[in-house]
Unconditional design. Sequence first.
Lengths: 136, 396
Amino acid sequence: MREKDAGHVRSVRRGAVRATGVFPMTVHIIEDDPGVGDSLAMLLGQIGHRALVYPDAESFFEAAPPEAGDTVIVDLGLPGLSGVQLIRWVNGLKHPPKVIAITGQSSRNIMEMLGDEQPAILLRKPLTEELLVSHL
Amino acid sequence: MREDHSRSMSVSPSVSEARLASVLGTAVDGIVVMDDAARIILFNKACETLFGYAAEEVRGKNVKMLMPLDYAREHDGYLSHYLDTGEKRIIGIGREVHGRHRDGTEFPIELSVGEAATPEGRQFIGILRDLRPRKAVERRLADAQAQLVSMTRISALDEMGAAIAHELNQPLTAIMLYLQAARRKAAVDGADDGKLVEIVDKGVREAERASQIIQRMRRFVEKRDPERRSVSMASLIRECLELVMLGDANAEVKISAEIPDDLPDISADPVQIQQVLVNLVRNALEAVRDAQKRIVRIGASTQGGDMIVRVSDSGGGVPPEVVPNLFRAFSGAKRRGLGLGLTISRSIAQNHGGDLWVDPMGEDGGAVFVLRLPIDASGAAESPTPADSATKGPSE
């Protein structure tokens, strides 16, 4: 299950980076757990990215849509509109950004929830910096 | 004091005697009449079956032949004690004793003894009820209850593991990411002599250790797939109601089941689904316990490729502030138990590819819990089954 995701690891785009540094980008985080959302934003901020946190899909939709170079990190277990619906919407954009789905659900629940709509990158909680950075 | 029983009256057959013979012959309970010397005078049909002797074989013999040996030894003593003192130890009281069959088998009986002064002397009438069927029923009920408790426990452990893993993952993820952000910050600021980074690293390692424990627990729990087989939802519901009725005194609650005759079988783990049903019905019974109107309804129907089971009660509904957390682990406001029932039930439903949700205020003036399960567990979009067109039961 998880191993399948490994096939989607993107090649590291940039060569040498400064100590803090990566190519800064905007990361949209849609996560209902405030602790997870905030810590994720803080870590991404430390890495050098600009992080925006939304507690649910609805507030994400109200904000300016993500651009092609952005990354969207979405928790699959959102209240209200589901993460799956959000991913569908994002992928329907003219210039879709990269999507990373995160979840604390069991692999079986994920299967039931997603069906054929497996997102390209699916990370299971608990997340680590290593895991996350390798997919950014 | 003792009546003269030398005066033997030859009674001519009469209507009342014929009537008596008929009563004795048809009585379900064993009836034995003995005289004051413990000699058997009368031994009815039920007694013949109960003890394996024919009436002719026992007539005139001491009644203690029907008793286990240790009791039989004492019986004459008991009888003369009563005849001498008039102190009643069994007469008019009745108690649970043991009888002894011709083949030596001892079995529990309820014995009540009456006394009659007849022209033929003092006689004692024993009425014997075989307690074996009742004992068997009691045992079956106890077994069923024990089984329910143990299956609930086993499954609760599994599901509790899954629930804990899920709930702990969130704060653990946050801890890990905060620590890693702090480490980066310390490294970037360069103000640190390396000590802070070391400490944070140790913190990260501990958080990772905790996360590995959770992942192991999760793998262990997930390993156990539901054991699916074709089961009749109708009989699951009926068994559930039987089980639930055993437990509490739910006599004043009106429980009804609405199950269409042509309800299809579903592919599911019967033990787990049973558990969900029992949980929902018990919750419903609890909800109506103090209500004016006490109604619990359970209805099954099909809808598309799904089986829909609705459990509704008249218990006043779920307060709006409770609804958001109703299915979360350890959030229950119940006094008894861990409040894991709904969390577990929903996770069982989801493991089956279905779901469980609540309509906080339904048609009976209380909550309606709706359990949806795919009829065909393969989960793929299947061709409509014949049952689809015949959606019955309570409407959505």
